[in-house]
Design a protein around this ligand. Structure first.
Ligand code: ZN
Length: 679
């Protein structure tokens, strides 16, 4: 029987891949890979890069290339059959990977290459591949006695199952809540665009009237604009209690126990490897060198930001009282009155800017910006097989007409698509037999879809998100490293990985770049100067409150993993309450269960690593400051950034690359200045 997953050469044939293909393909591939590795381990005598590491890298790459479309489809076109197949395979792949990481013969081979005379002749990417691999062997328990190795493997298995269940619960709970509205007055205050989307959603569900969902664009529009306070509360309650023991679906997709188990297992895993907690284990592969350093960094930033956050909250509280007779602001009121205050202070709403950010203009402008910065040309490619009609495909070539990368872009929110925005790897770059494997990325967002025949119109914060993910995409696609384990974002320390992404966000705030990405979708008129001035004046509107919120997430995540104590359990709510007391200024509802949908740390790669966003922002802000100093489209600064940061990926340590670009170590000044906080 033919299996599209095993037959494709270049891009995955998405429309031909079905759930029924997944398990047979992975079974066959794992069995072939095992045989091949056995053969290598037994046959090869004098281990070298060429006769051992390269073939092994190719085996892993082949598996990744087949698994990537499966895991991508599971995230963006989820259904019951695919989910089952995915979950079954995750078990098998985890087993394969941990067995590989604990194979003494393979470890010995790497070790002998590291000690051998040939090592010094390898290039820096190859050397770092080997050094990273040896570190990862230790982090996978290569030094442990057999019974403990076995326990390590069991923990890995359990963790992959639990984290996958966590994400499934969040998706199901998000999809489960829907509110039909038949009376338009219920939606008073909502912009026409949000109402039109709700109407479109109802029609797609064969329903009259409007249908509200917990998809982020819909949820956020209601929280920002709906005059109906009861409606805001109802949606707020549904949103902040997803997958928990509270709210309209209390207990139905409850992640409480899963979170407890995840934290207990992570702690046990860290102890097995000789760390005192999972936070320490997490830092073993990161740029930050101690848990104390991370805590100091977060506390320092929190103490600088909190007075600003308090001022922000006081301002909105005063405003609501003075102008709307509202004495007690509840959590479902803050966004609503904040939006009104923004309008009052700066005469600008998110909604007003949307007509100036139609999708085609924003995309072309973004492409134009990377052309100016790095000399790249981005063109659409038609006739590519994708997973949904809304997906588009592009190719990037450089000024020498060399193809550098390709990407899928999937912009709109829809049911059965995981929320948030992310960049995923479809294919990574490597060089084999003189031939380059071109990197391919998935860029996934959950923006407001187009209404009728108009193009999709983005809020400025959606534009920021697009630039952010595109920055990750460039990091993945522009790499010039030939060794796949350290090409693109592979092998980049997690707390440095947000450098290229956050760096790109800066271009959404500069006049010169706004000129390229903003144009009225009907009149074609540029963003009026007055509107731009208001937009930048409002840039740091409530930035103190936003910053402490990010710090709340970071501290909660880090302390949860740092302070775990088996005798008292995970104390999740307690830790969150404690952190909130320390840094938050907005009081959350007592039944708020934000943590139950905090997929970053319970289902993504950010466990004891959410601080990375702020940590990397020091790097990204300071890197952008060089552009502020030399001109934001300065070609030589652009080239330096391209060569030092984007092209070298994980082939060197992030501090070395940063210094190569900046000529010195990073400083925090630019971050504070960009956020409107005194140094
Ligand atoms: Zn990111």
């Amino acid at each position: 029987m033919s299996n599209p997953l095993l037959e494709f050469q270049d891009l995955p044939p998405f429309s031909h891949i079905h759930a029924v293909h997944v398990e047979p393909a992975i079974d066959q591939l794992l069995s072939e890979s095992r045989q091949h590795i056995e053969h290598l381990a037994i046959r090869v005598q004098d281990f070298t890069w060429e006769n051992f590491i390269q073939p092994l890298e190719n085996i892993k790459d082949r598996l990744n290339k087949v698994w990537s479309p499966v895991s991508h489809l599971n995230a963006v076109m989820n259904n019951e059959a695919l989910r089952t197949a995915y979950n079954n395979c995750i078990t098998k792949i985890t087993e394969f990977n941990t067995a590989l990481a604990q194979d003494q013969r393979i470890y010995n081979a790497y070790h002998s290459i590291k000690l051998g005379t040939g090592f010094s002749q390898l290039n820096s990417a190859q050397q770092k591949t080997i050094t990273d691999a040896l570190r990862d062997f230790h982090l996978s328990g290569i030094d442990l006695p057999e019974d403990q190795q076995q326990r390590f493997r069991a923990i890995k298995q359990l963790l992959s199952k639990l984290t996958s269940q966590f994400a499934d619960n969040v998706l199901d709970a998000t999809n489960a809540w829907k509110k039909p509205v038949s009376d338009e007055t219920q939606l008073a205050g909502l912009p026409d665009s949000a109402k039109a989307i709700a109407k479109q959603t109802a029609a797609a569900n064969q329903q009259p009237g409007w249908l509200l969902t917990l998809d982020f664009p819909c949820y956020y529009a209601v929280m920002s604009y709906a005059d109906n306070r009861a409606l805001r509360k109802e949606m707020h309650d549904a949103y902040v209690t997803r997958a928990s023991d509270q709210g309209p679906h209390a207990g139905q997709w409850d992640n409480s126990k899963i979170m407890e188990e995840i934290l207990a297992l992570r702690h046990e895993l860290a102890l097995l490897l000789g760390f005192s907690n999972f936070a320490e284990y997490s830092l073993a592969t990161k740029m930050a060198d101690s848990t104390a350093k991370v805590m100091d960094f977060l506390h320092d930033l929190a103490s600088r930001a909190k007075p600003y956050a308090q001022k922000d909250l006081d301002a909105v509280t005063r405003y609501a009282r003075a102008h709307h007779n509202m004495d007690q602001l509840e959590p479902w009121d803050i966004t609503y009155y904040s939006e009104k205050l923004r309008q009052h202070d700066y005469a600008i709403t998110q909604e007003e800017l949307k007509p100036y950010f139609p999708e085609p203009v924003v995309l072309n402008g973004l492409f134009d910006i990377v052309k100016r910065l790095y000399g790249l040309d981005i063109q659409p490619v038609h006739g590519i097989d994708t997973w949904h009609q809304d997906v588009k495909f592009f190719a990037i070539s450089d000024e020498h007409n060399q193809l550098r990368g390709k990407f899928f872009i999937d912009l709109y929110a829809r049911p059965n698509k995981r929320g948030g925005a992310w960049m995923g790897q479809c294919i990574g770059r490597k060089k084999q037999d003189g031939r380059i494997q071109t990197p391919v990325a998935y860029l996934t967002c959950n923006f407001s879809p187009p209404i009728g025949t108009d193009p999709a119109l983005f809020t400025h914060s959606e534009v920021l998100t697009l630039f952010h993910e595109f920055g990750h995409g460039l990091h993945h696609m522009l790499t010039q490293v030939d060794n796949i384990s350290v090409s693109g974002i592979n092998g980049v320390a997690w707390d440095a990985v947000e450098l290229p992404s956050q760096f790109m966000e800066n271009f959404c705030w500069e006049q010169e770049s706004i000129d390229l990405i903003a144009r009225h979708y009907r009149s074609g008129e540029a963003l009026p100067e007055a509107l731009f001035a208001k937009m930048t004046a409002a840039k740091n509107f409530q930035s103190g409150m936003q910053l402490v919120r990010q710090l709340e997430f970071s501290l909660f995540d880090f302390r949860l993993h740092l302070e775990y104590d088996p005798s008292s359990g995970a104390r999740i709510q307690e830790t969150l309450d404690n952190v909130r007391q320390q840094v938050a200024v907005v009081k959350s509802a007592s039944y708020n269960r934000f943590q139950h949908s905090f997929s970053h740390i319970f289902a993504g790669g950010y466990a004891a690593g959410y601080y990375s966003y702020k940590w990397a922002e020091i790097l990204s802000a300071d890197a952008f400051a060089k552009f502020e100093e030399t001109g934001i489209f300065n070609r030589s600064t652009g080239k330096q950034f391209l060569h030092a940061i984007l092209e070298q990926g994980g082939s060197k340590e992030p501090m070395a690359l940063f210094k190569e670009f900046r000529g010195r170590e990073p400083r925090i000044d630019a971050l504070l200045r960009h956020r409107g906080i005194a140094a």
